[in-house]
Design a protein around this ligand. Structure first.
Ligand code: BTN
Length: 313
């Protein structure tokens, strides 16, 4: 499958005939047709062009040109519509795809958020999952999700949007949620087989009106549409470096930067944790990426939870 997709990507907007594809893949034309159907069933946008053959849908071709280059983002899987890029990426992980494989969808029909919540993913937003095989301990993987959110805050600030990270891995602008990160992994006690970082960014889509947390999109904030491929290409370039830093030095390598971009410093918060509600003031994040809350009984370090800001400082 990857070969057929690779040929179509390399051809961009140009159509390739069934006979040409069959020859290059060393299979029959009927086998090419079968593979095209299988890819379509998986959500890939492959257009049949009368008498000329097949080409990638326009969006898929644009994505291919932006990201199909050496380094991260390969293999690059584009779906016009898919249940969840997380599931596609996890299937890729199970099939042995390498670190850096990227799964992007124009829309998701069963997008998932943290804590078992659903994630609204209409066309216009940026919905993607990145497959990683980091050489770190499983308990260090959440730091990569914090890093993913941090890089979104950094790249948006570089574009004039006052974005901040809201622990653990949300991106906030003006107190509303713009983006979130979902991490899933397969690991042994001391070794990670794979981790999939799923990122959802409200870009040109209408943000969900009935979300638990008030949500916002880049278009809603700025009044203008944002092309998706350059945004993702920028994040991929940044995250590759940040990921290396975290692999080498743990969360400590980005702790100061995370604190500089935090929406919570000094805020009065209430955190719903698996062990109950913790209220106090947010006092930063420790070397392991845990949120420090000054509560009635002293400082508490939280490794998981849902934060509600009670009063702004
Ligand atoms: C959150 O709850 O804040 C995390 C949201 C993560 C959503 C993204 S969209 C791409 C990937 N596929 C999914 O089904 N979820 C993640």
């Amino acid at each position: 499958m990857a070969d057929l997709l690779g040929l179509l990507r390399a051809a961009g907007d140009k159509a390739l005939s069934g006979a040409d594809l069959a020859r290059r893949l060393g299979v029959s034309r009927a086998a090419v047709h079968k593979r095209v159907e299988a890819l379509r069933a998986g959500g890939h946008a492959i257009v049949g062009v009368n008498r000329l053959g097949y080409r990638l849908g326009r969006e898929a071709a644009v994505w291919g040109r932006a990201l199909f280059q050496p380094g991260w983002g390969r293999p690059f899987h584009h779906f016009a519509s898919v249940g969840s890029t997380q599931e596609a990426a996890k299937a890729g992980a199970a099939a042995g795809e390498k670190a850096g494989a990227l799964f992007v969808a124009d829309r998701q029909t069963a997008g998932r958020g943290r804590l078992g919540r659903s994630w609204s993913s209409p066309a216009g937003g940026l919905w993607y999952s990145l497959l990683l095989r980091p050489a770190i301990r499983p308990d260090a993987v959440p730091a990569l999700a914090l890093a993913a959110a941090l890089d979104w805050a950094r790249l948006l600030r570089a574009r004039g949007v006052a974005a901040a990270v809201k622990w653990p891995n949300d991106v906030w602008v003006e107190g509303r949620k713009l983006a979130g990160v979902l991490t899933e992994m397969s690991a042994e006690p001391d070794r990670v087989h794979w981790a999939v970082l799923g990122v959802g960014v409200n870009v040109n889509n209408a943000p969900p009106a009935k979300a638990l947390t008030p949500a916002v999109s880049l278009k809603g904030l700025t009044g203008a549409g944002w092309p998706l491929p350059p945004l993702l290409a920028d994040w991929m370039a940044r995250f590759r470096e940040t990921c290396r830093a975290v692999e080498a030095g743990g969360f400590g390598a980005i702790r100061a930067e995370y604190a500089r971009h935090s929406a919570l410093e000094g805020a009065a918060v209430s955190v719903a944790t698996p062990g109950g509600e913790v209220a106090g003031s947010a006092e930063g994040v420790d070397e392991a990426g845990r949120l420090l809350v000054r509560a009635a009984g002293g400082i508490v370090a939280l490794s998981a939870g849902d934060v509600r800001v009670r009063v702004r400082r």
